[in-house]
Structures are given as C-alpha cells and as structure tokens.
Design a protein around this ligand. Structure first.
Ligand code: TRP
Length: 338
C-alpha cells in the first residue's frame, strides 16, 4: 500500500487544523506502520494558483512542516516534503497536460467555485490545478489517496488521466501508471469558534480568544476555555439536547474529539452539570493533549535549520521514488532522453 496526500500550506494553525486533516494523517501513518508507506507533502505549487503573497507562502510552508512534525508526522517513517523541491511534480504535470481533456477540466466544480465571478481573470494554474494533483498522485504508483468530499472529483480525474495515458501510450501488460483508489478519512470533527458556535474556528477571526492556536501555552489554553462563550443551562444527558445550543455543542464535540469518545459518551458523564464543572475538565484534557504539541511546535518554529533538514531529506527521498515513473512517462510519449 502506498498512500499519498497533500495539503496547502496555511499559516496561523489552530486546534481545528489539528483535529481535522493533520490528525488524520498521523493516524494513517501509525496504522500503516509496516504495511506500506505514506508520502505527505505541502502543496506549495498549488498555492500559487490563487493570488498570494510570496513572503506569507514561504512562512506558511515552514510553519506547516513544523506543525505536522509537532503533531506526530514522523519524517523517518513517512516521506514529508514540499512540491517545490521535487521538480518531477511540475514535469509530470506538463506531460499529463497532453492527456487531460479540456472537457474534463471544464467540469471541475472547484474551478467553478474559486473562479466564480471572474473566470477570465482566473489563473491558468487554477484551471490546470487538477492535472498537477493527478501528477502528485500518479508519480508515486500510489494505491490509495485519502479524500474528503471536496476532492473526490479531482481523484476521479487522476484516474481518468491515468487510464487514458495507459491506453494511449503503454502496452496492457506494462502500464505506466497505477490507478489510485480513494479512501475516506474518518469524519473530522467540525471545530467552531469559541466566541460564536455557529462559525468555524478560523485563523482570520479578529478575536484571538475565538481559537486555540498551535502556539498557545497551557495558561493561554486554560484562559481561553474559561472565557469561551456558553449558555446558562446545564449540559443535557444526550446529544439531542444540544440542538440549538451551538456553543455547548462545540465544547462537547471538542471534548469528545480530544478524548476519543462520542458526544453521547461525554454527556453520559457530564449531563446535568453546568459549565462551571465542565470547563475545567475540558481545559485539563486540552492542556494534556495539546500543550506538548504546542511546545514542540514553538521550538521547531525557531529551529530553521531543523526544518530545512527535514524538508531536504524528504525531498531527496521523494525524488528517488518519483524518478522511475517520470522516466517511464517521458519514454512512453516518445520524448528523447539520452
Ligand atoms: N487539492 C488538495 C486540497 O486542497 C490538496 C492536494 C494537492 C492533494 N495534491 C494532492 C490531496 C494530492 C491529495 C492528493 O485539499
């Protein structure tokens, strides 16, 4: 089994990022252990498909590597790298541009969403984004790709590209590309703002009290939980009782995501109690789960040499794994390669 997944670098990482994509990666890595290999990368090449600020992208890329390692991605067991240091991604994308059809790309809903009111002004990179994503996956003979709902269509496209390329340019007994299968990651908890339970926890919320940052120390975490918005009612004893109580719902969901329990299991313990009792329990659990991560994250952020070394080694390992497939693709197309 070979699992490949990418994530766009974003800065100001918070609890929502950890309990969403990042923790799923850590679990996949740990579960796969002996039975295969995970390649995880920062999709920095994808990030330039939208207007961006170079300094912010640079910073976010390093920050995200630090976060991934702090959260448990082990650069010895998994191959951790950024696309920009593995030119094979951009090279294979160009080769696959000959196979991907305009009609296929025209149907991609992400392009429609992201270019919405200004198709003419959208970058060409935004349009061919799914072809780069296909290259990301096909380059490594990937067998499985974890995909959320929003990325299913892109994986389908990668399969279509692989199939057509194999049909057009390879013999049946020696296909160039493996068709990757989707795996559905476990449903990630939706972590909402601590100030407004109807809005997602976000890096761009003007109030820092609305989120737990991956740089927050234990005291800050405790303070933010203490100040989190709630309502005056005690907790219900079943999940149904949380309807119409978005703040209560969010805090209980966070507790469950951290302890590994269902909402009902948490409520079976805390039902009937007020937030005066629940908040200290939540704060304690969160500090236990998050403080070691935030400490590691802060120290890695200050160790630029360590981050550079992690990425350099990851990129070297990725380049090694990518080389045979890239070479096979060039040759299949009849391109002269000395
Ligand atoms: N497009 C993905 C996202 O925005 C990120 C991504 C890029 C990716 N290349 C990938 C995910 C390859 C899986 C496999 O979430």
């Amino acid at each position: 089994m070979r699992i490949v997944s990418g994530i766009q670098p974003t800065g100001n990482l918070h609890l929502g990022n950890y309990l969403g994509a990042i923790r799923n990666w850590v679990r996949m890595q740990d579960e796969l252990a002996e039975g295969g290999e995970c390649l995880f990368f920062l999709a920095d090449l994808h990030a330039i498909s939208m207007p961006h600020e170079p300094a912010a992208l640079h910073r976010a890329t390093l920050e995200m590597v630090a976060a991934l390692v702090a959260c448990g991605i082990d650069p010895d067991r998994s191959v951790l790298f950024n696309q920009a240091q593995v030119p094979a991604h951009a090279e294979l994308q160009w080769l696959l541009n000959g196979t991907a059809r305009m009609g296929w790309l025209n149907r991609m809903t992400q392009f429609k969403d992201k270019s919405r009111k200004n198709r003419e002004g959208a970058s060409a990179a935004l349009f061919t984004y799914p072809v780069l994503q296909a290259a990301d996956v096909l380059l490594y003979q990937t067998t499985h790709v974890p995909v959320g709902e929003d990325q299913k269509q892109h994986l389908e496209l990668a399969r279509d590209v692989a199939q057509k390329f194999n049909n057009d340019f390879a013999s049946e007994d020696a296909p160039v590309f493996t068709l990757p299968e989707p795996i559905t990651p476990p449903e990630a908890a939706r972590i909402m703002s601590l100030r407004d339970g109807s809005r997602k926890m976000s890096k761009s919320d003007p109030s820092d009290m609305a989120r737990i940052n991956l740089t927050d120390d234990a005291d800050t975490i405790v303070k933010k939980i203490k100040k989190a918005k709630t309502d005056p009612e005690p907790l219900p004893s079943e999940a149904a009782g949380l309807a119409e109580r978005p703040e209560a719902q969010n805090l209980v969901a966070i507790y469950g995501a951290l302890s590994g329990e269902t909402v009902d299991a948490v409520l079976a313990r805390f039902g009937g109690q007020g937030f005066g009792a629940f908040k200290p329990a939540l704060a304690e659990l969160m500090v236990e789960a998050i403080a070691p991560i935030t400490a590691r994250f802060r120290s890695l952020l200050e160790d630029r040499e360590a981050l550079d070394a992690i990425l350099a080694r990851g990129a070297a390992r990725a380049r090694e794994r990518a080389a045979p497939t890239l070479e096979a693709a060039y040759r299949a197309l009849g391109l002269v390669r000395g």
